[in-house]
Design a protein around this ligand. Structure first.
Ligand SMILES: *Cc1c(COP(=O)(O)O)cnc(C)c1O
Length: 388
């Protein structure tokens, strides 16, 4: 027999999983217990603290080996990585780009920087990410394939790309999404900012699409302070990505010549030094986070009306942030739970406000978003630091 749904029972269960006596408990804290100080010192001692130092190359090489993506370009943050991916995917002014309604605002902002319009897509409960089947049915209804691409029949705009996001580290169902992109001639750009260490059918997230973006912000599974990376398997796109993110400077020992408007998005060496040390610990972080996720899953399985999100059967998640989902009939308890836990110094938080509800995105096109709306009402992120 399961225990009845009750806020005290939920709080007790949460406390039983977390180490006792340690307050406050953050949502996600970085851990620096490896070679961080050594590598950062070495970077400082070398004098090459900007992008010409050896750690940037080393960090890119490690990331390429780990993810299986042939080319990696380290940049200043995940948002810049995503924006650069979209530019290289050919997203231009007045294009439409599909973005899941449930994501961090950066996904939609990167589309806006291109002068393009985000078109909001629904999610599926199995992955918390973009629903490829619902997207296919919707495209069938609203789009038209012309010689120069896929067009939205209602808005008249070209639909150029789709940006799935691996929510809290849970891989999106990529195979059917790749199929949708082939069929409707769309470019797949993965927002893998939250999913370093997450795999889909044995492939690292972001390693199979045209482009993808990682983030190493302070709250992510590994951090470089601030940082991001572009992954691609295409050598010429990789060269373009590097060119565009280094002020489009033509290589030359002394002369400064640039052949287009570029960006200063290169990751500094000092950040990459931190990243190299963090990457060495990633397998350990992953193991600890999986064990925390299993403890949450086991403890909350005893309570009626709630569940801890588990990876889909095709996925191996990094369990970056654990998710407590309330059944729809209990969703009105979400805010009380947030208040109670935060009041006790246990940092929990709701899902992001759906992007199409934000003032700057309210007038953008959207499909039926019933699943994303339901997830938004019922979802709570639980403390997920690796050392818990
Ligand atoms: C963190 C994050 C980003 C942006 O990364 P920054 O490095 O903070 O710019 C983009 N998308 C998602 C889904 C993220 O969680």
């Amino acid at each position: 027999m399961k225990k009845k749904f009750d806020l005290d029972t939920i709080l007790d269960t949460l406390l039983s999983v977390l180490p006792s006596g340690q307050k406050p408990v953050a949502l996600h804290e970085p851990l620096f217990q490896g070679n961080e100080w050594n590598y950062v010192k070495e970077s400082l001692d070398s004098g090459w603290v900007s992008s010409a130092g050896k750690y940037v190359d080393r960090f890119e090489k490690y990331l390429s080996e780990y993810t299986g993506a042939k080319h990696v370009i380290a940049v200043v943050n995940g948002t810049a990585a995503l924006y650069t991916c979209l530019l290289l995917a050919g997203v231009t002014r007045d294009d439409e780009v599909f973005v899941p309604a449930l994501t961090f605002v950066a996904t939609a902002n990167a589309v806006s920087y291109c002068g393009a319009v985000p078109h909001f897509a629904d999610c599926e409960e199995r992955t918390l990410g973009l629903d490829p089947f619902k997207l296919a049915a919707y495209l069938e209804e609203i789009s038209e394939l012309r010689p120069d691409g896929c067009f939205n029949k209602k808005s008249g705009r070209r639909i150029r790309a789709v940006i799935p996001m691996h929510t809290f580290g849970q891989p999106v169902d990529i195979d059917p999404l790749l199929e949708v992109c082939r069929r409707f001639r769309l470019v797949l750009v993965e927002d893998a900012a939250e999913s370093l260490g997450s795999f889909y059918k044995g492939y690292h997230t972001g390693s199979r699409s045209e482009f993808s973006a990682l983030s190493f912000n302070g709250n992510k599974i590994i951090t470089t302070g601030g940082g991001g990376a572009i992954l691609t398997n295409n050598a010429s796109l990789a060269a373009s990505a590097k060119h565009l993110t280094t002020q489009a400077k033509l290589p030359h020992p002394w002369s400064f010549h640039h052949d287009r408007v570029g960006y200063n998005y290169r990751m500094p060496d000092i950040n990459a030094a931190l990243g190299c040390a963090q990457l060495e610990q990633l397998p350990d972080f992953l193991e600890k986070k999986r064990s925390l996720a299993l403890r949450y899953q086991k403890a909350f399985a005893e309570i009626e009306g709630v569940k801890i999100f588990r990876e889909a059967d095709f996925a191996r998640s990094n369990y970056w942030l654990n998710v407590l989902l309330l059944d729809e009939k209990y969703s009105s308890n979400r805010d009380t739970l947030l208040e109670l836990t935060n009041g006790l110094g246990i940092k929990t938080r709701p899902a992001w406000t759906l992007i199409p509800k934000l003032p700057m995105y309210q007038s953008c096109p959207q499909m039926d978003l019933s699943v994303a709306e339901s997830l938004e009402r019922r979802l709570i992120n639980l403390p997920s630091s690796a050392f818990l």
